[in-house]
Design a protein around this ligand. Structure first.
Ligand code: ADP
Ligand code: MG
Length: 728
């Protein structure tokens, strides 16, 4: 095994940056492989074009005749670009993307063949769904599910395949993917927000939810990564002593990007341009070999698709550069992990960002309405929001020794805190003309359109207002953004509906003017949601104690966090908003709990194997060298040998004690796994994995990492942290 380590090191040192040429301008490349509005104008008949645009903008159904025209044009376009296959591209609940390629090619008898792609093939397919997670919705023997075209996300070409974004549902209609509930949530927030906008501007017909994600990741030499069974099988290191140098010098963050990584990024960005993914920012992150990539924000459904697509492409491009991308939230102990900030906002079809302060008092009142309602939505549903980002891998960030914490809170900055304080003092009921003028001129009217302090520099807030958007920072780097985006948009939709009811009641029953009613309802919201606002350092015990007093949840582990998904309140919320049925909510809970269990199970097995079959034999080997040495010294020095061999003898003993520690704990862990596996109830089982199995990882690791410090480097089998993190 140690030979694999040294072989990998030798080969990796020989890896040179792979040359990348960028001949065309990015703006020329942009969207070249996308069946976007521009391409559709060229290829579609006028009827078909209008049909698709109506589906995109207003959710109108596409009839069969139009679908036939669209598919035929899509095929012509794809063939003109050398495409041979098509696939329905979807996001099952495995967390990755799925595709099954079919050739356009078809025989028509008499030894002849043509390229064919009909409307029915565009609109619907029936992949064998039995091997995708369904949480018991679909019995495997009636393995029927189908994918259906989502015209709101344009088809694209990857390699020689035409990819058609689709939803994935069971034959009984339940969603089996991330996209279906997301589309329903986006629809819910559109309706609810449009209704509220009408208080301020009657012309608003549609509200769109936007998402700009920031993808963090590690880039490791491919051979070095492959030399580690833990990275290969679990995406993270399960052991390994920290490197003498880590991130303490802060010399990587925003530093010059290493050449191999830079060339990887350039090729990746070219691919992104062709696919219409508007990537814009790239830089080094805090930890060595950690980087970040961010696009210009887009409509949320498209942004989610683009992030899933990007993660897939990153892996492929990386291997061409002899690199491996690690998306895991905590691939290395002792240095920063990776997240995926989800920047979120709502905007109208009249071009207004509802989360940006405007120039007039009225537009600011609209801004405050959406701003305060979002805060209220988070306050009312903080536990569900926490659940939306729960996973075995994200547990290493949230609630572990890393910000943000598992406690959801909202950062709004000093200026807006002051505005809310002033609004809290608004008179109950009707307002005097003087008060109204005062409010409009000096409170609402004085909100600057650039909010200077809205950066939350300590970066510990999981949900921060950053000037013209909220930034959900607790999302994990490995996550599909569809999950948190579904929850966020659903809770805001529900909140806006409640808000409108309350305002209308004041107008109808109490005879208040519209703006008076809005002020009155907002005032009560400000008073009742204070517990969720937090500007301080969210990292550590002080905030945990404070949050407890405030009644905020602090679910540190996935099994505890996920429970909120099936609370009566959450199930009712998703049903009310037509986002998920009870069956769908329960199925998702089950799927995610299962995934949690399996992740910990796999990690436990890998760790047991590596510790016992790689580390212990190496330790014994080194111990034997020491024993030979002591024997030799005894031969030379006879009864005086102790004076010259005491250190070696100590080492021999120390190694034995670590070997004992490893063996005993691995045995204990295996027993705990066995016990956990026998548990029927999924919640109890997950908790057993969380609290009985997983804590033993740390003990095993401690012994292994100590041995790494003792044993001769020449025979150590696992590629070390310094080699993984500082090979560029
Ligand atoms: P950082 O958070 O690192 O300071 P930026 O604030 O520049 O970075 O933006 C991060 C991400 O937020 C980008 O993807 C950007 O497109 C996105 N973003 C900017 N404005 C909005 C908005 N109104 N709605 C959603 N996302 C936005
Ligand atoms: Mg950010």
């Amino acid at each position: 095994m140690s030979t694999l380590r040294f072989h990998a090191i030798k080969e990796s040192l020989a890896n040179k940056p792979v040359l990348v040429e960028e001949k065309e301008r990015r703006s020329d490349l942009f969207g070249k492989n996308v069946f976007n509005e521009n391409t559709m104008r060229q290829y579609l008949t006028k009827d078909a074009f209008i049909g698709v645009m109506n589906a995109i903008q207003y959710g109108k159904k596409i009839d069969r005749n139009i679908a036939d025209q669209v598919s035929s044009s899509m095929k012509d376009w794809a063939l003109s670009k050398g495409v041979t296959h098509y696939t329905h591209w979807f996001q099952p609940l495995t967390g990755t993307t799925a595709e099954k390629h079919d050739a356009f090619f078809e025989t028509i008898g008499n030894g002849m063949a043509i390229e064919k792609f009909g409307g029915s093939q565009l609109v619907q397919q029936e992949p064998d769904a039995s091997s995708f997670p369904s949480g018991g919705i679909r019995n495997t023997f009636e393995a029927r599910g189908y994918t259906a075209w989502d015209p709101t996300s344009p088809a694209f070409i990857y390699g020689t395949t035409l990819c058609i974004p689709t939803i994935f549902v069971a034959y009984t209609g339940e969603a089996l993917d991330y996209k279906t509930p997301l589309l329903r949530a986006l629809n819910a927030v559109d309706n609810a927000a449009t209704d509220v906008c009408k208080y301020f501007d009657k012309n608003v017909k549609k509200v769109t939810s936007s998402l700009g994600w920031e993808q963090e990741y590690f880039l490791i030499d491919r051979l070095l990564a492959a030399s580690r069974p833990d990275i290969t099988l679990t995406g993270r290191t399960l052991l390994g002593h920290s490197s003498a140098k880590g991130q303490q010098l802060d010399d990587h963050y925003f530093g010059s990007i290493p050449n191999r990584a830079l060339n990887f990024m350039r090729e990746l960005e070219t691919e992104c341009m062709l696919l219409g993914i508007p990537v814009k920012t790239r830089h080094n992150e805090v930890a060595p070999n950690q980087f970040e990539l961010a696009p210009i924000f887009e409509e949320a459904n498209l942004a989610v698709d683009h992030n899933s697509l990007l993660m897939d492409i990153m892996g492929r491009v990386a291997s061409r550069h002899n690199l491996k991308v690690l998306f895991h939230e905590k691939p290395f102990a002792g240095i920063n992990g990776s997240g995926k900030h989800n920047n979120w906002s709502l905007s109208t079809d009249t071009g207004v960002n509802l989360l940006a302060p405007g120039k007039t008092p009225m537009s600011n009142l609209q801004f405050l309405t959406f701003f305060i309602n979002t805060i209220k939505a988070v306050y009312e549903n903080e536990e569900l929001l926490r659940a939306s980002i729960a996973s075995a891998s994200n547990d290493h960030r949230l609630g572990a020794n890393e910000a943000p914490p598992a406690i959801m809170s909202v950062f709004i900055g000093q200026q807006l805190t002051k505005v809310l304080e002033e609004l809290e003092g608004v008179t109950k009921g009707k307002l005097s003309p003087e008060e109204k003028t005062e409010l409009k001129l000096n409170v609402v009217g004085k909100i600057p359109d650039v909010l200077l302090d809205n950066t939350d520099r300590n970066r510990t807030s999981p949900f921060a207002f950053t000037g013209n958007k909220f930034e959900f920072r607790a999302v994990g780097s490995l996550a599909n953004c569809g999950n948190p985006m579904t929850v966020l948009n659903t809770i805001v939709a529900k909140q806006l509906i409640d808000f409108k009811k309350e305002v209308d009641l004041l107008i109808d029953k109490k005879g208040l003017k519209k703006d008076e009613a809005v002020f009155n309802v907002l005032r009560e919201y400000i008073k009742s949601t204070k517990a969720i606002l937090f500007e301080g350092n969210g990292y550590g015990k002080a905030w945990e104690d404070e949050a407890k007093k405030r009644g905020l949840s602090n679910n540190k582990s996935t099994p505890e966090a996920l429970k909120a998904k099936i609370s009566k309140k959450s199930i009712a919320l998703f049903e009310d908003m037509n986002v998920m049925s009870k069956i769908e909510s329960e199925a998702r809970y089950e799927i995610e709990m299962e995934a949690y269990i399996m992740h910990i199970q796999i990690e436990g097995r890998v760790l047991g194997d590596v510790a016992r079959n790689h580390i212990v034999p190496t330790a014994v080997k080194y111990q034997n060298i020491l024993i030979e040495n002591v024997k030799g010294l005894k031969e030379i020095f006879e009864e005086n040998y102790k004076a010259v061999s005491q250190e070696q003898i100590n080492l021999i003993e120390e190694i034995s004690s670590h070997i004992k520690g490893i063996n005993a704990t691995v045995t204990k862990m295996t027993n705990e796994r066995r016990k956990a596996n026998a548990i029927e109830n999924i919640e109890e089982k997950a908790l057993a994995y969380c609290y009985q199995v997983k804590p033993l990882f740390d003990d095993i690791r401690k012994h292994c990492d100590k041995l790494e410090l003792l044993v001769d480097d020449e025979i150590w089998p696992l590629t070390k942290y310094r080699e993984l993190l500082f090979t560029r």
